[in-house]
Ligand binder design. Structure first.
Ligand code: ZN
Length: 370
């Protein structure tokens, strides 16, 4: 039985897990709290792959006091040898009497087995079975494990009439400074950012992470560039400016300059990855498969119009974050979020299965899941 006190400790474990948000790739975020006689005697969170798991840190801190204590975990303990030994064994050795977990592991290789393992050894285990935490903790990891591809978030700053830019391509700044700060927070939650070559040509972004009050982390920067038009002077190619640069381009090209441009970009430190085309466009599934191989669990797609449209048309967007600014752009020549034919019937429209909205600066932020 789980009581309100248990739920409060689970909240605490989840709050600890959030401290490493975006840093544990490809592992899930996990927090742990050890409580004995109503007192917290140990706590910890998983900080990064290869570092100790949350329960190990918490149990070590608790030491002898872990005996007969209760261990609260935001995710069930692992049972397999990965980069570190399985946690179940350490939990058993610690002498805790009871374990309360917020959720089972989405990884089918573990799902429920950690809990069964402990129960078989005589430990009382309660599972809260929280469907999903408010912040969507581990939503990226779960999708990465279950779908074998990164969890894709599409972020876009839109005018209130759904335009990304004016007909002349002007897009800076549709959104407010607060929304742009929030965009940096979104980057920090993800493992990679993706834009199209057109966005690089228009905005020359660095695609780095500058979250307010947090240390920036190197993040993979992926560019869809079928014709390899990325200019050598692009700011994202500057040395020490951010994480690795991945340029996805078409694999079959009759263009003799393509190979030369590929060599030049490689010479500038970018990794050029050829992918097959699908109906005249880079096959996004192949791009995502490549990112998954690099242990990218969360991908933030930042546009522009062609890229956003390609992801939406392929049905590869898991979550959308739209920052809607209080202005209208208008005109058929303005760049819309989703170009192309669109859907003919409302019944075929892409629909959020879950959504929420909040005010940020002068903007309205709408977040939805497909
Ligand atoms: Zn573990």
């Amino acid at each position: 039985m789980i009581d309100t006190r248990d739920l409060a400790y689970l909240d605490m474990a989840e709050a600890l897990a959030v401290k490493a948000l975006g840093a544990t790739r490809p592992n899930p975020h996990v927090g742990a709290v050890v409580v004995r006689d109503g007192r917290i005697v140990g706590s910890g969170f998983h900080a990064a792959a290869g570092k100790p798991h949350a329960e190990i840190i918490a149990l070590q801190e608790a030491g002898d006091q872990a005996r007969r204590a209760t261990l609260y975990l935001s995710l069930e303990p692992c049972i397999h040898w990965g980069r570190t030994p399985p946690c179940c064994e350490s939990v058993l050795a610690s002498g805790v009497r009871r374990v309360v977990v917020a959720n089972l592991d989405p990884n089918p290789a573990i799902h429920g087995r950690g809990v069964r393992n402990l129960r078989r050894a005589g430990i009382a285990v309660d599972v809260a079975g929280r469907p999903e935490r408010k912040s969507g903790l581990n939503e990226m990891h779960a999708a990465y494990i279950v779908n074998g591809r990164p969890f894709v978030t599409l972020k876009a700053a839109l005018s209130a009439d759904g335009k990304l830019a004016t007909r002349t391509g002007e897009a800076r700044w549709v959104s407010s400074p607060e929304a742009r700060e929030y965009a940096h927070f979104l980057r920090s939650e993800n493992d990679a950012i993706l834009v199209g070559a057109g966005t690089v040509a228009a905005d020359d972004p660095r695609l780095t992470v500058r979250p307010p009050g947090r240390k920036g982390k190197p993040i993979h920067r992926a560019i869809l560039d079928p014709k390899l038009q990325l200019p050598a002077g692009a700011r994202l190619l500057e040395k020490n400016c951010g994480g690795p640069v991945l340029v996805y381009t078409r694999s079959a090209s009759g263009d003799s300059g393509h190979g030369r441009r590929m060599m030049r970009l490689r010479g500038l430190g970018a990794e050029v990855v050829p992918v097959p085309e699908n109906r005249g466009r880079l096959d996004l599934r192949r791009v995502l498969a490549d990112l998954a191989r690099r242990e990218i669990a969360g991908l933030l797609v930042e546009g522009g119009g062609r890229t956003a449209s390609a992801f939406l048309s392929s049905g590869l967007v898991d979550k959308a974050v739209f920052m809607i600014a209080p202005l209208l752009i208008g005109g058929p020549g303005a760049v819309g979020l989703w170009e192309g034919a669109g859907t003919s019937r409302l019944s075929e429209a892409l629909r959020f299965v879950k959504s929420s909205a909040f005010r940020l600066g002068g903007d309205l932020v709408v977040e939805g899941y497909f």
